[in-house]
Design a protein around this ligand. Structure first.
Ligand code: KE4
Length: 435
């Protein structure tokens, strides 16, 4: 029996009203369907791998709040931790044991992190990490890679991915030239250009910040040569290597991409899964670098709700779930099965696709060429992706609403969900072929 989730009148009503009150009707552009058109479903609740919208439509969810829900929506252990924390209050602006408890877990799980500071978002984490690297080295220059997105930090909103790329403004208005004057943008996976950039600028480079597996131009995977050379060059020039693991942290392995690839950065930024759906970010790394951070050192960074005890309790429950259940074999199995479903469906429908996947993070690119950087990702047929996206959405499958994002599978998706997704995907591919 085919699923029909195309009737979304209440979402349309809510979206019209929201757009009069909130820019674009959303509190984050990535949710606005700008790249795919139409009205975003307004969600009423989430349960395990599923979302139900205000019109009563049920979706298999492959966004998972853009990454946090490694164990699906409303996992009992996470809800119980939040309820328990609420028994004593919501926020004190004073130290609590909950912050140290989560810091202990992060330090024990993430290879590069000897000390860590909690903040409230991935953006705060990357903004702070850049400042600390500049304070530690006394240098100003930073390298980022075209198509990578590190939050809406002024110095990094240049050639940015995710919503900035999706909405065609990878370098945002409102960012003064001075804010990006020290930012050098290189192509991802281009080892030769990396070597040249260091040869010319090495002694002025405070930091390189990179998504060690990119999610924000769609899923793009580094070559081992590129990542290895990046590590070597940063070490040689005294440049701080920052892995932005806001998306990959705890997603690709308990110790993130740095554990998976065996490449240890000097600093790491975290978010998403770390907060289990609550607003948490973090930055950490070598103790000698982190001891520059106020009040231990002179690099200032602060936050009223940083280390919020309710969010800390949720994060602790999440990391303890990871340690007790080690979901990565299951996540790989589900990811491999979903990739096979998409490949088979596209093949039978005669639609050329390129699929990049690491574990439970993947993207179906509408192109017949390999996708290894922003230039190749940008050759994807975004109009075809938009049509395929709606074909799936109308059949109860909720993908990220952009060609330049990654899908996320949770440990609580079922084999039946994967098969049902394959059936919906093939029907949507066949619609493309018939168009
Ligand atoms: P937040 O400030 O959105 O918590 O984190 C920024 C960030 C930093 N680094 C990486 C690698 C990220 O992926 C993100 C945020 N990711 C996007 C999705 N691609 C968040 C979705 C949104 O902007 O609404």
């Amino acid at each position: 029996m085919s699923v029909d989730t195309s009737v979304r009148a209440e979402s349309e009503r809510l979206f019209r009203r929201a757009a009069e009150l909130i820019p674009g009707g959303v509190n984050s552009p990535a949710r606005a369907f700008g790249a795919v058109g139409g009205t975003p479903p307004f969600m009423r609740r989430g349960d395990a791998a599923y979302l139900t919208d205000v019109d009563g439509n049920r979706f298999i969810d492959y966004i998972g709040s853009w990454g946090p829900h490694l164990f699906g929506h409303r996992h009992p252990a996470i809800l119980q931790s939040i309820e328990g924390a609420l028994e004593i209050g919501t926020s004190f602006g004073a130290p609590t044991a909950a912050e140290g408890a989560l810091a202990e877990l992060v330090v024990s799980m993430v290879p590069s992190i000897e000390m860590v500071r909690m903040v409230n978002s991935g953006t705060e984490a990357t903004m702070s990490a850049i400042r600390v690297a500049r304070g530690f080295t006394g240098r100003s220059g930073i390298i980022k890679f075209a198509g990578c997105y590190h939050g809406h930090v002024d110095s990094l909103l240049v050639a940015a991915g995710s919503g900035a790329l999706t909405l065609g403004c990878p370098s945002s208005p409102g960012v003064p030239a001075g804010a990006t004057a020290d930012t050098l943008v290189l192509p991802y996976n281009d080892t030769e250009q990396l070597r040249q950039a260091f040869a010319v600028n090495g002694d002025q480079l405070a930091a390189v910040i990179i998504e060690p597996v990119v999610g924000n131009m769609g899923c793009v995977i580094p070559t081992s040569e590129f990542l290895g050379e990046l590590r070597r060059l940063c070490h040689h020039h005294g440049t701080v290597l920052i892995f932005d693991e806001v998306m990959t942290g705890f997603r690709l392995a308990a110790g993130g991409a740095q554990e998976l690839f065996g490449v240890t950065p000097d600093m790491t930024t975290l978010g998403k899964i770390l907060g289990a759906g609550m607003p948490v970010g973090a930055y950490g790394g070598r103790a000698d670098i982190m001891k520059c951070v106020s009040p231990a050192g002179r690099v200032y960074q602060a936050g009223t709700l940083s280390g919020n005890p309710v969010a800390m309790a949720a994060g602790r429950a999440m990391l303890e779930l990871i340690r007790s259940s080690s979901p990565y074999a299951r996540l790989e199995q589900l990811g491999s099965a979903l990739e096979s479903q998409f490949r088979g469906a596209a093949g039978r429908a005669g639609i050329p696709v390129s699929i990049n996947r690491v574990g439970s993070m993947l993207t179906v690119f509408m192109t017949d060429q390999p996708v290894t950087d922003l230039a190749s990702a940008s050759r994807s047929d975004t109009a075809r992706f938009a049509a395929w996206f709606h074909g799936l959405l109308n059949r109860g499958v909720y993908l990220p609403c952009s060609q330049f994002e990654a899908m996320f599978i949770s440990a609580v998706h079922t084999d039946e969900d994967i098969v049902a997704t394959g059936v919906a995907a093939e029907a949507a591919f066949r619609e493309l072929a018939a168009a």
